[in-house]
Design a protein around this ligand. Structure first.
Ligand code: SF4
Length: 259
């Protein structure tokens, strides 16, 4: 299977994409208005008063700026007809984006029970061939797996029921459980954006396409230094830099990292 994938991967040619960054002020304004309208609908349904809704939105905006240290929607990227402005925010428009704003609005109304969870980083494996300097999991790596695929799916469903709008699959190296990831994605419920946090190991154009078809939003590939030797040394693995560049080369451009 892996050999077949490698052969197909060599044959795959992907047309170069344009930058997903939204640079047009007009388009940015449209996105901001769209996000505002979504939030207004959510808050107005709770308050029933236009003036209270505006005041609540202002408080939410101020809270956001105090937490993230920047105004809402500064840098926006458009991928697959959805807009992204933070790694921790699901693409807009989507059920996940609507849920995230509903959860945030709920925090401002004490009578609302459900506040959900914005992002969950879920380590689905302890296997990893790297030896990164910053790793705090060394004593736990490469032991027997603790969670079966069905247990992972059960946990994910619980978090989805709790209102988690973004789940990042991590590890160890999550790509080592690629077949499980396909199953996880295929059985996941609507309303959550899924990402993979990876060193790039085992990521290829063929797998990227399969992951996308299964519903993955994107992958984050960790690159610690532009100098290959420094990156390899930090990661404790002489092929670490190549594993970040291979998917880059086969996918032609970094834009492919978020689809
Ligand atoms: S890739 Fe992650 S799990 Fe593996 S050694 Fe590095 S920090 Fe640790």
């Amino acid at each position: 299977m892996a050999i077949q994938e490698a052969i197909v991967d060599r044959l795959v040619t992907i047309p170069k994409q344009h930058s997903p960054l939204v640079t047009s002020k007009f388009q940015k304004a449209r996105v901001r208005i769209g996000v505002f309208i979504q939030l207004f609908r959510i808050v107005f349904r709770k308050t029933g008063k236009v003036s209270t809704a505006f005041k609540s939105i202002f408080r939410i905006k101020r809270k956001y700026e105090s937490i993230f240290g920047e105004p809402y929607l500064v840098k926006i990227a458009k991928v697959n007809d959805r807009y992204f402005w933070r790694l921790a925010a699901p693409g807009f428009p989507s059920k996940a984006s609507f849920e995230m704003q509903t959860n945030e609005a709920n925090r401002f109304f004490p009578t609302q029970q459900r506040t959900g969870l914005r992002s969950l980083v879920f380590a689905i494996t302890n296997k990893c061939p790297l030896n990164c300097e910053h790793c705090c999991e060394w004593p736990n790596l490469n032991k027997e797996e603790r969670l079966s695929t069905s247990e992972i799916i059960r946990i994910i469903h619980k978090y989805q029921d709790y209102g988690t709008t973004q789940i990042m699959l991590s590890g160890g190296e999550p790509m080592l459980r690629i077949n499980d990831i396909y199953t996880i994605l295929n059985t996941a419920r609507e309303g959550t954006d899924f990402w993979i946090i990876t060193s790039g190991l085992g990521l290829s154009a063929v797998r990227a396409q399969k992951l996308k078809d299964a519903g993955l939003t994107g992958v984050m590939v960790s690159l610690d230094h532009y100098d290959r030797y420094k990156h390899n040394s930090f990661r404790g693995y002489e092929k670490a830099y190549n594993t970040t560049q291979k998917p880059l080369n086969s996918l032609k451009t970094t834009i492919r990292y978020c689809w």
